[in-house]
Design a protein around this ligand. Structure first.
Ligand code: NAP
Length: 472
């Protein structure tokens, strides 16, 4: 076996990846590794499919509708795959699969209304007697590179808009999480009517297979979700391609005394620790007004200590292992650095008997510490007390990242000021920065990226405007 290619798995077992559980190291499965030649074959076949068999809008919508239906029917199967390969707690994995159903539905809606616009050519004397309008045509072959942390829904955020836009896709999932993508591709082709060659899954390392996609002249657009260094490296490597980047963050939330800080603590219990903090918008930096800092910290610590740490397939588990042991070591080192620098570990900071990092709350961390300055991508939040809200907003903005930020306040003037002052791709009021709807424009500023994802916005990126002029 080798690459999942055009609806079939082509035989070639020269090289394989053994995917192991991040929780207990048990073998989940073995996947064949693609070669750069496989990528070339996939891109050439995808380009031919677009040229020879363009998909009409009704067909795109029908495929996407069917995908939403079949995914809904196979939800438990997909959730189990996610839980196993990403060590995502099963109840969180179910929520991801359910969101992916919605992402397909929103993409189907976009396919049905995809259109251009009239251009009033006779507004210029030279255009008198001419009819002008635009079409939205597929941009070409889409190269999609996805991360491990939402191995289904973030892949659907690339594949579903591409189908709506009429574009074939060559998809590289993260090496740790290939099975969600392979199963999805099989479902789309075998059960939903997506023509073979409209979706190719290629497996292998970012350096080899990712770069083969990025470098291929037949790929028109790269849609990448992952870490900032890799993303901006791709941007620099492919200056003539359209490159959409969805990258990291160290999401801040401000909690004002007028805000419902108990509700904030309850939401952060989820938003800071879901999938062990391995979400690009995981709540990380908490700024609390000094008058409520003590009470809020006690409330949050008590809530976090209720989180159940355990195996991903256990129904009770809230927090499981990070994606790799090296990640557990890295985050543990960052916690140790904060402790050595004078911060207090209010709870957690240890690794349990199964090697899982226990949910951690840090107080008194300073802005220069890694747990504040960088993206932790682990089950860690920091709490910093502030005196006035301007200072809090300045601290929230003091970041290389800019994906989503939030504030809890019941004062409308403060809320309105925050949505203008907080320099982020998304600002949430009375909600954690971890909240996202799949139809919203989602993306960041600064190091966090250069685009907005969400079916309506991605379809625009994945189509070109073609101007049509008809002379009478
Ligand atoms: P990553 O290491 O950057 O990997 C992402 C993808 O890129 C994987 O498929 C990876 O392949 C591939 N890759 C690695 N090096 C490459 C290269 N030189 N050229 C081309 N592709 C390459 O990120 P991750 O650890 O999987 O994901 C975590 C990061 O993603 C975090 O920073 C998180 O904030 C970010 N993220 C952002 C969003 C968003 O929407 N803004 C959503 C989720 C995650 P391999 O797996 O084979 O290494």
């Amino acid at each position: 076996m080798s690459t999942f290619h055009g609806g079939s798995i082509v035989a070639r077992m020269a090289d394989t990846i053994t995917v192991r559980s991040p929780y207990d190291d048990s073998i989940i499965g073995v996947v064949p590794v693609s070669t750069p030649e496989d990528v070339d074959r996939a891109v050439v076949a995808a380009a031919a499919a677009l040229r020879d068999h363009p998909l009409p809008l009704w067909k795109r919508a029908e495929i996407l509708d069917m995908a939403a239906r079949r995914l809904g029917e196979r939800l438990e199967e997909f959730a189990t795959i996610i839980a196993k390969e990403a060590a995502k707690p099963i109840k969180t994995a179910r929520a991801e699969a359910q969101r992916a159903v919605g992402t397909f539905q929103f993409a189907a809606a976009e396919a049905r209304k995809l259109s251009g616009e009239m251009v009033p050519l006779d507004a210029l004397s030279a255009g008198e007697g001419k009819l002008g309008f635009t079409l939205r045509v597929p941009i070409g072959v889409v190269g999609a590179i996805a991360p491990f942390n939402f191995p289904l829904n973030l892949v659907v955020h690339k594949v579903a808009p591409a189908i709506a836009a009429g574009c074939p896709v060559v998809l590289k999932p993260a090496s740790q999480t290939p099975f969600s993508s392979i199963t999805l591709a099989q479902m789309l082709i075998d059960e939903c009517g997506l023509p073979e060659d409209y979706l190719h899954v290629v497996i292998g390392s970012g350096g080899t297979i990712g770069n083969a996609i990025v470098d291929h002249p037949g790929v028109a657009l790269i849609t990448f979700t992952g870490s900032p260094p890799v993303g901006w490296g791709i941007r620099a490597r492919a200056p003539r391609k359209k490159v959409g980047l969805e990258l990291g963050n160290n999401a801040p939330v401000i909690i004002e005394p007028s805000g419902d800080w108990k509700a904030a603590a309850a939401k952060i219990k989820v938003g800071g620790f879901s999938h062990a903090g391995q979400s690009c918008i995981s709540t990380q930096r908490i700024y609390v007004h000094h008058t409520i800092a003590g009470a809020f910290t006690a409330e949050l610590v008590a809530a976090v200590e209720q989180l159940v740490v355990g195996p991903p397939l256990d129904e009770a588990t809230d927090v499981s292992a990070l994606i790799a042991k090296s990640e557990t070591e890295r985050v543990s080192e960052w916690i140790a650095e904060a402790r050595a620098g004078g911060a207090t570990i209010a709870t957690g900071g240890t690794v349990d008997d199964h090697g899982v990092l226990v949910p951690t709350v840090i107080t008194g961390a300073t802005a220069d510490m890694k747990v504040c300055r960088l993206e932790v991508f682990g089950p860690v939040v920091t709490i910093t007390a502030y005196d006035d809200v301007d200072e809090a907003m300045a601290m929230a903005n003091d970041s290389e990242y800019g994906l989503q930020a939030a504030i809890f306040t019941s004062d409308i003037a403060t809320a309105l000021r925050a949505v203008h002052v907080l320099d982020y791709g998304g600002v949430l009021v009375n909600e954690v920065p971890t909240w996202r709807a799949d139809q919203q424009p989602y993306g960041g500023v600064r190091d966090s990226g250069n685009t907005r994802e969400g079916p309506a916005y991605s379809v625009r990126e994945m189509t070109e405007i073609r101007m049509v002029v008809i002379s009478g």
